[in-house]
Design a protein around this ligand. Structure first.
Ligand SMILES: [Zn+2]
Length: 57
């Protein structure tokens, strides 16, 4: 388990945690989760358009 410094309070926190246990500030990993969620939605839209072009929908 790697540690990194919190950008808000400077305490060492796990790279796996989504927010700092000391001050509660969200980490870069928390942002990454949101980014992945948007990527899945984008992928779903692309698949929907592809299926519509083929004529399944
Ligand atoms: Zn902190």
């Amino acid at each position: 388990m790697a540690l990194k410094k919190c950008k808000e309070c400077g305490q060492e926190i796990s790279t796996k945690s989504e927010r700092c246990p000391h001050c509660g500030a969200p980490t870069a990993r928390g942002v990454g989760v949101v980014g992945r969620f948007l990527l899945i939605i984008l992928l779903a839209i692309v698949i929907f358009i592809a299926l519509a072009c083929i004529g399944i929908i």
